[in-house]
Ligand binder design. Structure first.
Ligand code: UT7
Length: 328
């Protein structure tokens, strides 16, 4: 029996901090509105030298080191991002080059569900002969957010989280998962231009179609449903219940989404990991940023059952249940 374990992890956020007071000074919004409606106080914003690959590489280097490995031990790199370094080549090429990797790499774009998708893909690749797969969720959301759109600009932040997933003949690691996508809802959260459907032109730029467009309330409703249903399915597949979960680590999109989903699942607030107040919504980076903070500060302990659940543009959703700890 070969299972997939997280054997190293790391995170990175840019130095720049954008507070609600900063936003209040330049948009028609208030600190009170943002805090009450989203739970966000501040977010990290990429500086001129930061990119999705640079933040991801910093997080990944920590993860490789912590796993006691060197880059040459990595058999595959999977980068989850919806803010790629550029449209082509893929972000994994840039990120891998920063680490000195020569293994295979690819990007996976399942938006905010991306890190959980990539974790599941890594586990599958570990079944096919890979020994160590590097999974990175990295985003520079500030580069695709309209600075004049108060509905989205207040929400998003930048950052990265990385995990080395390793195979071992032991109990634990990734126990169960669920991935899904409802492509009938592509229009509720999207960047309309810059792809084959609507190539970039002077007109698309003038309209701001290279920025995120979001129907917030519709995303909200679907997000709660997706997180609850997907988490319930994953727990059922593992033969567990919500009562068995030590830590619920949801995508950090909105405190009200997190609280509602946790309540519906029957998971009390003291078993929920949230750091949205300090980082905002960092899309594919949000779950690893929250999870690894809770691991580093000692909340998540060996043997704990950890439930990850994300949702995002697509609309995609993904959940995974991990037995935390190194293989024994
Ligand atoms: O990773 C997945 C990505 N996205 C999400 O998960 C987002 C999910 N949705 C949400 O988090 C919430 O829908 C938002 C935080 C985006 C918006 O909160 P809401 O409670 O759904 O607000 P709303 O869109 O219903 O707007 C209520 C009012 C409106 O004014 P009127 O029409 O009632 O006069 C908005 O124009 O609040 C107004 N509003 C704002 N006011 C102050 C919208 N954004 C702001 C703002 N500051 N930043």
């Amino acid at each position: 029996m070969s299972n997939a374990f997280v054997t190293g992890w790391g995170t990175a956020v840019p130095d720049g901090v954008l507070t609600n007071a900063d936003l209040e000074a330049r948009l028609d919004t208030t600190d009170a509105w943002i805090l009450e409606r989203t739970g966000i106080r501040e977010r990290r914003i990429a500086g001129p030298g930061d990119t999705s690959a640079s933040l991801g590489a910093t997080a990944a280097a920590s993860a490789i080191k912590q796993a006691g490995l060197t880059p040459s031990d990595i058999d595959l790199l999977v980068v989850a991002t919806s803010t790629p370094e550029q449209l082509m080549p893929h972000t994994g090429a840039f990120l891998g080059e920063r680490l000195g990797l020569r293994c295979g790499s690819f990007d996976l774009n399942s938006a905010c569900s991306g890190f959980v998708y990539a974790t599941v893909v890594a586990a599958a690749m570990l079944q096919t002969g890979c020994r160590h797969v590097l999974v990175v969720g990295t985003e520079t959301m500030s580069r695709i957010t309209d600075p004049d759109d108060r509905a989205t600009h207040i929400l998003f932040g930048d950052g990265a989280g990385a995990a080395v997933m390793s195979s071992a003949d032991a109990h634990g690691g990734l126990l169960a998962w669920d991935l899904g996508c409802d492509g009938s809802a592509t229009d509720i959260l999207q960047i309309p231009a810059g792809g084959s459907r609507l190539p970039t032109s002077a007109a698309t730029v003038a309209r701001g179609d290279h920025y995120i467009k979001m129907q917030g309330q519709e995303v909200f409703k679907r997000a709660v449903r997706a997180v609850v249903d997907s988490s319930a399915l994953t727990l059922e597949r593992a033969g567990c219940t919500a009562a068995d979960v030590a830590w619920f680590v949801p995508h950090q999109a909105n405190t009200r989404i997190i609280d509602t989903a946790a309540t519906r699942l029957g998971i009390e607030a003291d078993r929920v990991v949230a750091n949205i107040d300090r980082f905002g919504n960092t899309s594919a980076a949000s779950i690893p940023l929250a999870l690894f903070e809770a691991v580093d500060d000692g909340r998540v302990a060996d043997g704990d059952l950890v439930l990850l659940a994300g949702f995002g543009a697509g609309m995609t959703w993904a959940s995974a249940l991990l037995r935390w700890g190194a293989p024994e």
